[in-house]
Design a protein around this ligand. Sequence first.
Ligand code: NDP
Length: 522
Amino acid sequence: MAPVEQDMRQRTSRWPAAQDIWRLRMGYSGPHEIESSVTSFLARDHALFIDGQFVRATGTDQIAVDDPASGKVIAQVSSASSADVDAAISSAHTAFEDGRWRNLRPADRERILLRLADLLEARAEAFAQLETLEQGKSIHMSRAIEVGASIEWIRYAAGLTTKISGRTFDVSLPGGPTRWTSYTRREPVGVVAGIVPWNFPLMIALWKVLPALASGCSIVLKPSEITPLTALWLAELAREAGVPDGVFNVVTGGGEVGRWLSVHPLVAKISFTGSTVAGKAVGTAAIDGMKRFTLELGGKNPAIVLEDAILDKVVPGLLTGGLLNGGQVCAAVSRIYVTRNRFDPLCEALEAAIQAMVMGSGMDPAAQLTPLASATHRAKVEASIQQAAEAGVLIRRGAQAPAEGHFVSPALVIDPDEKTPLARQEVFGPILSITPVESEEEALQRANDSTYGLAASIWTQDIDKAMAISQRVQSGTVWINSHVFIDPNMPFGGMKMSGIGRDFGSAWLDGYLEEKAVCIAH
Ligand code: NDP
């Protein structure tokens, strides 16, 4: 082995990779037996959650849920019919109209949401295990993010419940001797449809449920058919926390269920997270019915690495930012633009790191890369790598993928032609492309040359350059010397084809509230 390569291998072995970051953050705790509550939940005859009860779907269609690490079926859930969707929306609508939730004092709604956080915390390990079993992600990430961060999100949203307020203002136009006082109220919009993808099923479900409940709305939640289990368990927990019947409903099934929700006349607001293709269909249906909507869509997120960047920080940062959850993260890095003088060392370091990664089941605490969520998605990701390789793109593969399960060996795509579909389209897998650039200006121009605009990162020690570039990057979030960190208090959402609207932060509930002006003559 050449000395430079040897040195690089020694250095990369020091860099914690991907899931190791989460392991370090959470504390390494070794393998766990699957909890008996998880085993018995999996064995249930799963139904829909409507009006506070688990109810049988009217049809007999079932959806098999598999464990991505083995491909074996672990549960069957019902596929809702349009009549079931009607029943769920009607239950949510009745609950909204009779005020059983929205007319509670804000502090009472807050208390119930805080209780939900406590209940989830008490069952954190069981929820984390269930999420890893249905979605495939590392148990460390399920503990730290899917459940751990979700608990913080619940508490953050609970706090917003008591902060909803309007404004009081004077009016200007003459009204004779009459005096006028005007003020605004913020009122819950009505029934919310929450449509969720399969990459972070519990956390993204909560990103719909929480603003809806904090605002006083009721909700019908549709998880992805690939990962429906934690949403069903969450609904049961919400009932235990004191959320009244009918306020929180779950219907399982595929895209048709999402479509029925999007066009239903009693749905007032749609909160959708998923692909840009499905998001456009949802947005079109929403406009047609004049519903409010929020779309959190895909990304093809750039990282700009400048010549003074510290590679010891850049490498683990890009591995975490790009390969977390097998790259199935909307904000994941997928395009790296690096100044030419750092191109070779960065390529070598990334290649050495992906080759040294341990692939395995999410339940294996030593696994750094875990399977993709479904066989269909695995085939799609492999096909796009294959297509690019056949077109002559240089691709370095990492650790060998296990034969069973939906594993994909990570890929480093070297200096692809900008027109290659792999370089332009969201693939949502463990793939990083790396391209040398001659200047910061070129890096910025290439970073912005995308229909997407979700997230980006800049890696440099020069704060002036970082500030200047961050203002010109076209994306909803820009990180400096990190990538993929999100927080309940930091607005998140996309520019361009990455979506419409923002979640989180103090204005999170705005999309779930109508502003009503009240004008008093006196
Ligand atoms: P999809 O868009 O395929 O599906 C998302 C959800 O919408 C699923 O529940 C799906 O049902 C449902 N759905 C599909 N078609 C329609 C339709 N026409 N009308 C209504 N609902 C529909 O996305 P994936 O589940 O494949 O998730 C991956 C995508 O999600 C990626 O593009 C990723 O970038 C994006 N994403 C964006 C995030 C963000 O915050 N910006 C965060 C996480 C993911 P079913 O799957 O059951 O058929």
